[in-house]
Design a protein around this ligand. Sequence first.
Ligand code: FPP
Length: 251
Amino acid sequence: MHASLITPSTVPRHIAIIMDGNGRWARERGWPRLKGHEQGSLSVRRVADACMSAGVEYLTLYAFSTENWRRPAHEVSGLMLLLERFLSEKVADMIENGVRLATIGRTEALPAPVKKRLDRAMADTAHNNRLILTLALNYGGRDEIVEAARGIARGVQAGTLKPESINQELFASHLDTRGMPDPDLLIRTSGEMRISNFLLWQLSYTEIHVTQKLWPDFGADDLKAAIADYASRERRYGASMENAASITIPS
Ligand code: FPP
């Protein structure tokens, strides 16, 4: 399907993105990796705008994983500074455009100035609902699942929860993404065919679009192409082709 044929019913409600390839983009130019991340943070704005134009309601970006702490210290601190800069420069735009900022992951372990800006940005945009922009920060899918299991175990131990009442819905309500629909479409840039510990529970039935484009080069047209690819898929949630029309999406 051509990108211009997108109609509202074929637009994913929730897009999640693994923003990969910043380092390669910089290396191709003989520049330091941080230059790639800096350019990558400009793509965030472009893609958020394109999502709003297309009518996407939720955009979730893998900005810093629990594994990213293993990168050289100057790259980690550079990424944190970029995040701080992004927050200080973009909150006014977010307020103006109806974007609500949210996070998933253990943000309490982020440097204090970043955490403070994040909290302020979330409070300042709390009443917006045109686009929910969720940044996954110090996020790991396994970590999130373990944390949910801990919360549930505490409930059982305290006697407020019966083991028999633990079901998928209850489990999902203990995840960082509680209240959000699961992603309809996962985009990964720079060609890698991996999930990389991102949204392990939530991606169960998500359509995956992998593009060779490096994240700093990813723009509105690439997002449209990904949405068109999504629109061409037939989502069956494990049902047969004949029964797919009457599917109730598992909770
Ligand atoms: C992956 O590229 C990218 C990251 C680990 C960080 C993503 C961060 C940004 C896009 C910038 C800051 C974010 C915001 C929200 C302002 P890579 O370094 O793994 O690339 P490579 O695989 O080519 O080395």
